[in-house]
Structure formats: C-alpha cells, structure tokens
Design a protein around this ligand. Structure first.
Ligand code: 5GP
Ligand code: MN
Length: 350
C-alpha cells in the first residue's frame, strides 16, 4: 500500500535518483555501505539488510563498514550479512556508489567521510537533525527507523524480502521503536513488521538474542551503576533530571565490553520524578559517550546539539569531556535554557 509522502521526507525525485544511482552501477561496480560509529541495531540492521538486497540484485563487489574499532557488539553477531563487513581501514578507497545508514551528520562517519566525495552517495536516515550531507537524500524524519527507508528503497528496486533481509530489518525496527513501544510505532510500522514476520523469522528468538541476553558480569555491573543514580528534581525548570555514569574501570572490574551499558538508559529513564534521563559512559580519559532521553517536556536533541552531538527530540546524545560530574553539570546548564514544552507527552525513541 502506497503511503503519502511525509512532510520533509524524500520526494519522488529523491527516490528516482536513488533507484537510478543503483541501477546505473556498471557491471563489476564497487559499492560501499557505511553506518555510524558505535553502530546500534538500526545502523547495522538497515545496512546489512540493504546490503543483502543488493546481493540479490547481483551486486558482487560489496563491502559494509563503520568507523572506529571494527567490533560488532555480541548481540548482533548472529545477524545475517555479517560477512559483508570489513574494518574501516580495509574499506574500498574508490567505490562507484556509497550508501550511508542512520548517520545524522558526517561526523558520525569518521574518516570514512572522504568516500562521499568520490562517488554518488545515497544517504538513508530518519534523524530530524540530519545535516543533508551527501548527494541523494532519503531522509525521513517521520520514519521510526532507518530500516523503514531501507525497506522502501528495496521495494522500489524490486527486491523481494527473504528471511535474511527480514531479520536484519526487523532487528533495526525493533531496536529503534523500543520493541514497538515508542510513539512512532504507527500502523505502518506494524504493517512493516507483519511483512517481515511473514517471511518466517522468529521474533522470540531474535528478541532474546538482541535484548534479553547479557553476560552474568553485566548484571552485577548494572547493580553498581544503577545504585549510584542521582535525582535532581530542580533541573530542567523543575521537570527533573536523573542520571548515572559508568567508568572504564567499572567495565574492567566486571570483565565487560562497552555495549553492555546501552540498555542502562532504559532503567534510568523509568524514574517518575524526572523528565530527562542521562547515562554518561566513559570512552577515554576525560571523554564520555552520553545518552539522553526525555519524556516530552524537554527537546533533548537541542541540548545534544548545543553540546556538539545530535539525535531526536526524545532521544539524543553527544561526546562529553571532563569528569562525569562536569558532563552532568554541562547538561544541567543546557537544560536551564532548553526549550521546555510541558504540553507534549511522549516516550523516548531512537
Ligand atoms: P543512544 O543514546 O541510543 O546512543 O543515542 C540516541 C540517539 O542520539 C541516536 O539515535 C543518535 O541519533 C543520537 N546520538 C547519540 N550519540 C550521539 C553523538 O555523539 N553525536 C550525534 N550527532 N548524535 C548522537
Ligand atoms: Mn536509527
């Protein structure tokens, strides 16, 4: 069923340009797929699902990559299409076509950004804060996940869904909708999920692997990190902020990899007394990856952009510098000036 074009979403011309760019690949043409640094389920799932679709179209010279350490978090190590992945250092230097997935800005592509100048570049994304980098923009802020955009392009290219493609796109869709809980879980999202499930993929198995399986040490780590959660009811003009932090030493003591910290924000944001929640995760000496969520009163993407990052209204992030408490203080300062809209209810979404 055709959907009306979303305001601010891709136009018919954008879709036609993307289809033409894929169709005009020369025989033996080299394609490079890139997703954002520290990839999540939507970044990896939309990229690999689309990559498998290109394989079905007969594309043979195909690589998928992302900047930073070439480590795929354990929950995603069973994704179909992983054999397409190469470390960024080995990515084709002069591709004939580039596709970017789930990256709102060039900064999320690290050193791989130079590939965008060397070939036609199709950008598939759903961040309202997308900076419109690259040549062909398939950016739909109304889409629940980048995989929604990826599925539409596959359809236009005449690629039928199979179980491998569907599993990738399902992981992406389930991740970004918080397992179909957030506000952007529209009828169209459930219709897409139905198309994916109709291929025979097993949602219970997939969800257990992606969301519900972590090493025992991670559970002990969660206990420690959650026990130092702080509530600041006066922050954000009285809407409240709740936050905690995890250091590299915490990870080392429990023998854990950084990916295990990702679900913590979902526990912290449960606090009823705060609209804004944050988890400050150490990535280096005086460097922290910050996850922020809002229940609707505060546009955390504005806070994130002001602090050098980006994201969505209800889910955003940035790289913080200093001590964890200095990063939290910087957020609190920004919250004092952030747009506050007490009328808007909602739930976080990525
Ligand atoms: P998460 O907290 O799940 O890592 O990220 C939530 C959202 O914030 C993501 O969808 C992403 O768009 C955005 N985000 C997180 N960290 C960064 C960052 O360092 N820079 C930018 N530009 N966006 C980020
Ligand atoms: Mn996404």
């Amino acid at each position: 069923m055709a959907e009306p074009p979303a305001p601010g979403g891709p136009t018919e011309e954008d879709w036609a340009a993307a289809v033409a760019a894929v169709r005009s690949l020369p025989a033996g043409g080299r394609v490079l797929l890139i997703c954002h640094v520290n990839p999540d389920g939507d970044a990896l799932g939309s990229m690999l699902g689309f990559g498998l679709g290109l394989c079905r179209l007969g594309v043979r010279q195909l690589q998928a990559t992302f900047p930073g350490p070439p480590e795929v978090p354990e929950p995603f190590r069973a994704l179909p299409g992983l054999d397409l992945l190469v470390p960024a250092a080995q990515a084709i230097a002069d591709p004939d076509l580039v596709l970017c997935f789930d990256a709102a800005s060039e900064s999320r592509l690290g050193d791989l950004v130079d590939r965008l100048d060397r070939a036609p570049a199709i950008v598939l994304d759903h961040h309202a804060s997308n900076t419109r980098f690259g040549g062909i923009h398939l950016v739909d802020p109304a889409a629940a996940a980048t995989s929604v955009v990826a599925e539409r392009l596959l359809t236009r290219l005449g690629v039928p869904l199979d179980q491998e493609i569907a599993e990738c796109l399902y992981v992406a869709l389930a991740t970004d909708t918080g397992s179909f809980r957030f506000d952007m879980t529209t009828p169209a999202v459930h219709e897409m999920a139905a198309r994916l499930l109709a291929t025979g993929i097993r949602p219970g198995e997939i969800s257990r692997r992606i969301f519900d399986t972590r090493p025992f040490g991670a559970i002990r780590l969660y206990g420690e990190v959650l026990s130092r959660t702080t509530l600041d009811p006066a922050a954000a003009g009285g809407h409240g902020m709740v936050w905690t932090y995890a250091t590299q030493d915490d990870l080392a003591r429990h023998g854990q990899r950084p990916y295990v910290l990702e679900p913590l924000i979902d526990s912290v944001r449960c606090a009823a007394e705060a609209d804004v929640s944050c988890v400050v995760k150490q990535t280096g000496t005086r460097e922290w990856a910050v996850s922020m969520r809002s229940k609707g009163a505060v546009d955390v993407s504005r806070v994130a952009v002001a602090l050098g990052g980006g994201g969505h209204r209800l889910a955003a992030g940035f790289t913080g510098r200093g001590t964890a408490h200095e990063v939290a203080a910087a957020i609190r300062d920004e919250l004092d000036t952030a747009l506050i809209d007490p009328e808007v209810p909602g739930q976080a979404g990525v």
